[in-house]
Structures are given as structure tokens and as C-alpha cells.
Design a protein around this ligand. Structure first.
Ligand code: SF4
Length: 291
């Protein structure tokens, strides 16, 4: 009888957070640079959100951080912070002309992609950037290599008319699988030379791999991050593709009791722009609902 009772006892619920979840080093570095600038007591301007996380942006706004849509919105003599996505050189030059102080928080990995694109263009290559044309990071890379063409998928590469020497680089958060397909397509073309330089961020790839692996062995996944965050949306897609019920939440109160009904093994992953305090709040909420 004791044995039967033991068998009937359900195992305790588990909550596991995917490796590499949360703020990546590039975003953390940008946040630290912003906090340091704000500590001087002067307003800091940024073209677009510093981090794709509304809650974190609201916290910074209280300290004097202003997200602006154009340089016209910055007060004379103010400070312009370049976020981790980087910025086009002509925009930086205009900001300097207007007397704005520039603080550069471009992620070093994004800076590498920008520098490579510029050098390859100068060396005579037709630069092809694998990425999303509308993404600020890609616009900044293109700003460093204005003749570069941006392609979002293999089909777009197939449609390109190319000759001579071609160099392929990528947005740092681009899909590695699609990048490899694009590279193979270019190599098969009758071109004088093809250079393929993988500028995809390893932190992004590792986080995606960990999320997919975790999604394969839990009952439900929670993906935490801004709905305007491309890398968080990609994590939610990857988890759902593993066939597990996936909820994309920005904050703790979006986790509902019905999300956890009958679930014992819970997985969590957070995008590159999700601060630790939000991950902790969501984990606490899940823990309290699992009791
Ligand atoms: S995801 Fe990678 S490339 Fe982008 S900011 Fe973070 S560390 Fe830099």
C-alpha cells in the first residue's frame, strides 16, 4: 500500500530557465553607459528605444532618458546616446553639427559588422547584408556601406543581379540557417569571388538553441520580452514550432492561472532586452500559481 501511495504522489512542479536568458552583454553595456550619462543629471536623448522593453524604458524615462524620433526633438547642447543597434554615420555627423554631445553605446559586435561592410565596400566588393531592411541595426550597417544591398531571405538573394566580387555579411540576430542557405546560393553563382563573413551574434544563436531544447521537454513555455523585440518574437516562434504551448508575456501579471492548469514542467526563456528583475517577477508569479 505504501508503494501505491508513493506512485500516486505527483512529482513536484519544475520551473527551468533556458541558458543565456535575458539581457545580452551588448544591451547590458548600453544600459550601463546610459545610467552613467544620466547620473550627470542632464537629459539624455536616444533615437529610438535603448532596449525593446517598455517597462525598462519607463524606468529610464523617470531618470531623464528621452526617446526621440528625430534630432529636431533634442535640446541644443544635449547628449545623444547611440544605442546598441548603432547609427548611420551621416546622422551622427548631423548631431555633432547641431552641437550634441555623442555617447556611443553601439554593441561591439554590431560595430564589427559595420566596419566590415565599410571595408569590403572600399575594397571593391558588392556588399550583401542578410537582414531586415526596416531594422535600425541594418539601416546603420547600410549607412556605413551605402552601396550595400539588403536581402531578407534566400529568394531575395536568388533575384539579385550580381557580378564581380561579392561579400555577404549579416544582421547580428539573423537566422544562421537562412544565412548558410544564402551563402551557398552565392557560392554556386558564376562570380569572380565570394566572401562570406558570419557576423551573427553567438549569444543570440546560443539562446535560441537553449530555448528550442528546453521547449522540447516541458509542458508549457513562457517567453518573456517586449512585443516589439524581434529576437523575443523569434524565440516565441521557435518554441511554438517545437509543438509546446507557448505564451509570450511582457510582465508578470500577464501569466494567468489557466496558463498553468494541469502543467508540471514549466520552461522560461527571455529575450536579449529583458532585464533580470522582470524575469524574476515572472518566475515568482509562475511559482505562486503552481502551488
Ligand atoms: S544580441 Fe548580440 S549583437 Fe545584439 S546587442 Fe546583444 S550582444 Fe550585441
Amino acid at each position: 500500500m505504501a508503494m501505491d501511495e508513493e506512485r500516486a504522489t505527483p512529482s513536484p512542479p519544475t520551473i527551468e530557465i533556458a541558458a543565456g536568458s535575458g539581457v545580452c552583454f551588448g544591451v547590458r553595456r548600453a544600459l550601463e553607459i546610459a545610467e552613467k550619462a544620466l547620473a550627470e543629471g542632464q537629459p539624455v536623448y536616444c533615437l529610438g528605444p535603448l532596449i525593446h522593453n517598455p517597462q525598462e524604458m519607463a524606468r529610464l524615462a523617470k531618470k531623464g532618458f528621452h526617446v526621440i524620433g528625430s534630432l529636431d526633438d533634442a535640446a541644443d547642447g544635449g547628449t545623444l546616446l547611440i544605442r546598441s543597434h548603432g547609427l548611420q554615420p551621416d546622422v551622427v555627423a548631423e548631431a555633432r553639427q547641431r552641437g550634441l554631445r555623442i555617447i556611443d553605446a553601439t554593441c561591439p559586435l554590431v560595430h564589427r559588422a559595420q566596419t566590415l561592410a565599410a571595408e569590403l565596400q572600399r575594397a571593391g566588393y558588392r556588399v550583401v547584408v542578410a537582414g531586415d531592411q526596416a531594422h535600425p541595426e541594418v539601416r546603420a550597417i547600410q549607412g556605413h556601406a551605402p552601396a550595400a544591398v539588403v536581402v531578407s531571405d534566400l529568394e531575395a538573394v536568388r533575384r539579385l543581379e550580381l557580378s564581380g566580387r561579392v561579400a555577404l555579411v549579416s544582421q547580428t540576430t539573423f537566422s544562421p540557417q537562412e544565412f548558410r542557405r544564402m551563402a551557398a546560393e552565392l557560392v554556386m553563382r558564376d562570380l569572380q569571388e565570394v566572401r562570406v563573413i558570419n557576423t551573427i551574434c553567438a549569444a543570440t544563436v546560443d539562446r535560441q538553441r537553449a530555448a528550442a531544447e528546453l521547449a522540447g521537454r516541458v509542458d508549457v513555455m513562457f517567453v518573456i520580452g517586449g512585443r516589439n523585440s524581434a529576437n523575443t518574437n523569434r524565440l516565441a516562434e521557435l518554441c511554438a514550432a517545437r509543438g509546446v504551448t507557448t505564451h509570450h508575456v511582457e510582465q508578470a501579471d500577464e501569466v494567468l492561472p489557466e496558463h498553468l492548469a494541469g502543467r508540471r514542467r514549466v520552461g522560461i526563456v527571455a529575450g536579449a532586452s529583458t532585464p533580470q528583475w522582470i524575469i524574476e517577477k515572472v518566475s515568482e508569479r509562475i511559482k505562486s500559481l503552481l502551488k
